[in-house]
Design a protein around this ligand. Structure first.
Ligand code: NAD
Length: 357
């Protein structure tokens, strides 16, 4: 039986409390928030749960094996550092921190102390996202050409980070997972309408290795809740739609074959594009709540002493991309290189030179 304390009971924290409280081998001991009114909500939802406004007591509680942190991003570094230094495993919400240095410092402390540090990139536990990973890696789609993501809604409006830090953090974690590596450069535009200087809408294009372009449109100022990603491959195309609870993945047996010799004969030597317009296949996606799987995975990583899928290194790479996105917005869309961990720097520089960045 593992004991967990949760920090932050705002919009998202109660979902994590529920996720862990549902696990048979976990006891949620204390929920902590600086606002008593939020703790009241928790007590009303979960009978018998203890709550506190004392952050230090929740972190240093000797009965707790792990801390779950669902507070605004500006507090992630300090709370996670204190928790790790108190010897607790940590699941902290995305984005990991506001700077790469802070992310790296937390990663280092966790490694030194042999503690699990996981980050709330919950879409890595979404069965539709996992199915698309399988389709890409089985070769079913052929080479991936480009990806387009839309993540919009009317609210919730954040006052601490822009739409990219809040929403594109998810898409970047998904792209890196599907494409087996980090984004290399970004060109982005953003605008703030409600609460300057926080951008309410961000449209960003990320360049990945092998000429893959991945674009994201994020906004909390949009009439429609959309969570949709299109992947255009050389042989097939896929649409993942998280709003479709029954059939979230559709595989389009469609492609464009460019310049096949045998097709030139009737076109007087001119190059021809052959459009292949086949069936739409709907693969069966196993049921399962991503948040529940994320909670289970965190506990399994602690029990088995294994590295989480949603680990600090992957989360740091997302933060690198978000920082470069802000810089590109500041420079009105100029393409900005995304910094890489030391072991990838040489290959990234070669890619960027080849791409003319
Ligand atoms: N994984 C997801 O899908 C998902 C969804 C929503 C939010 N989030 C993330 O969860 C985090 C919180 O988001 P939210 O929407 O719940 O924010 P929120 O502002 O609604 O809630 C944050 C809560 O933390 C409390 N708090 C702040 N500082 C604290 C401290 N030092 N100690 C204890 N409590 C403190 C606040 O009083 C507030 O109740 C963010 O990092 C956000 O990106 C993730």
């Amino acid at each position: 039986m593992l004991t967990i304390n949760c920090l932050g009971a705002g919009r998202w924290g109660p979902n994590l409390v529920r996720g862990f409280a549902n696990l048979p081998d976990v006891r949620v001991h204390l929920v902590c928030d600086q606002r008593e009114e939020r703790l009241k909500v928790i007590r009303q939802r979960i009978a018998g749960i203890e709550t506190t406004t004392d952050v230090e007591a929740a972190i240093n509680d000797p009965s707790a094996d792990a801390l779950v942190i669902a507070t605004p991003v500006q507090s992630h570094f300090e709370l996670t550092r204190l928790a790790l230094e108190a010897g607790k495993h940590v699941l902290v919400e995305k984005p990991l921190c506001g700077s790469v240095e802070e992310c790296e410092e937390l990663h280092r402390i966790a490694e030194q102390r042999g503690l699990v540090l996981a980050v709330g990139h919950v879409f890595l536990f979404n069965n539709g996202i996992r199915k698309v990973h399988e389709l890409i890696h089985s070769g079913d789609l052929g080479r991936v050409h480009y990806i387009h993501a839309t993540r919009t809604n009317l609210g919730p409006i954040r006052e601490d980070v822009n739409a990219s830090w809040d929403l594109a953090a998810h898409d970047l974690s998904i792209f890196d997972y599907w494409l087996d590596g980090p984004s290399l450069a970004v060109s982005a535009r953003g605008e703030c309408y409600l609460n300057p200087p926080i951008d309410d809408v961000v449209v960003a294009s990320y360049r990945y290795a092998n000429q893959v372009l991945a674009c994201v449109h994020t906004s909390w100022m949009n009439p429609k809740k959309v969570r949709e990603i299109t992947i255009v491959g050389e042989k097939r195309m896929v649409v993942w739609n998280d709003m479709d609870l029954i059939e979230p993945v559709r595989v389009y047996d469609k492609s464009v074959d460019a310049g096949r010799e045998e097709n030139y004969a009737d076109s007087f030597g001119a190059s021809r594009m052959i459009i292949r317009d086949g069936d739409v296949l709907i693969p069966k996606i196993p049921a399962g709540e991503p948040l529940q799987s994320e909670c289970r995975h965190f506990i399994d990583c602690i029990l088995n002493q294994t590295e989480p899928v949603n680990n600090a290194a992957a989360a740091t790479q997302v933060v690198r991309a978000l920082i470069a996105t802000d810089e590109s917005i500041r420079q009105h869309g100029v393409e900005v290189g995304i910094s890489q961990p030391a072991d990838r720097r040489d290959s990234q520089i070669r890619e960027l030179i080849a791409a003319g960045v």
